[in-house]
Design a protein around this ligand. Structure first.
Ligand SMILES: [Zn+2]
Ligand SMILES: [Zn+2]
Length: 259
């Protein structure tokens, strides 16, 4: 299985996930030229893309879909709530519906869509299984519910949000109402909330963890990495030998994981 986060953050999200037979994008929050540049940088092929899966209807996750469809007619997998939320997604010819909290296949990729707590119509995270490898993607959520914890267990890799540093957000320039939204259970996960999960509820199976959807204004990649590595490795230094933390970026692809 190949995985690369092509872009992550409030200016556009997209992740590439491929088996030998099947290739999908999760979310598409930037235009076709930007997508092509990122795929080229990661040495990945646009021609292989079989489908696009959408987590929720916020524009940083869906704004690139119409432009992509003008060039490539592939099915767009989304739930009813997301389709109804975004006017630009309602006239898509090749819409494939999935139900939240159910599983389905695209080629040889088994996908579980699980509900998350976020201020969109019907937001989900995804868990992927194929060829004995299992991974998950969960960004844009305000809390770790039991279902999220369950879907991140037993994974070989996962992509998880480390959106903001709580102190930076509180003293930062955002209006109070936006700060409240980000901090709420329907908002985004902080470095501190992710650390609590990694310390207390994580099964320490995954060999690769990507930190995603970092806020440019209210976070710093070094601080996010520091929080996560302390939570993971402080009490278990040997785990550092078998678990790799990876950063994701707004303007360029992450590493390409090949498992
Ligand atoms: Zn987002
Ligand atoms: Zn969102």
């Amino acid at each position: 299985m190949k995985v690369s986060v092509l872009g992550s953050g409030s200016s556009g999200n997209c992740t590439y996930i491929a088996t030998e037979k099947t290739c999908v994008l999760v979310d598409l929050g930037f235009g076709p030229r930007s997508l092509k540049r990122r795929l080229d940088q990661a040495d990945l092929q646009a021609e292989r893309i079989d489908a696009v899966l959408l987590t929720h209807g916020h524009s940083d996750h869906v704004s690139g879909v119409p432009g992509f469809l003008a060039r490539r007619q592939v099915p767009i997998f989304m739930n009813e709530g997301t389709r109804e939320e975004v006017p630009g997604l309602q006239n898509i010819d090749r819409w494939e519906s999935f139900r939240s909290n159910s599983s389905f296949f695209i080629g040889d990729l088994q996908i579980e869509a699980f509900s998350v707590s976020h201020d969109a119509a019907e937001p989900v995270g995804f868990r992927f299984s194929a060829q004995g490898i299992c991974g998950a993607l969960v960004t844009d959520l305000g809390e770790f519910t039991p279902s999220v914890v369950e879907n991140l267990s037993g994974c070989d890799w996962f992509i998880v949000e480390s959106n903001h540093d709580e102190q930076m957000l509180k003293i930062g320039p955002y209006p109070w109402s936006i700060k409240q939204r980000v901090l709420s259970r329907l908002g985004h996960l902080s470095n501190q909330e992710l650390s609590t999960f990694l310390s207390n509820s994580f099964d320490r199976q995954a060999a690769h963890i990507f930190l995603a959807h970092l806020s440019r204004r209210n976070n710093d990649p070094k601080i996010a990495l520091d929080h996560a590595s302390r939570a993971l490795f402080q009490d278990l230094p040997l785990y550092a030998k078998c678990c790799n933390l990876h950063l994701t970026h707004q303007s360029k692809p992450s590493i390409v994981l090949d498992l």
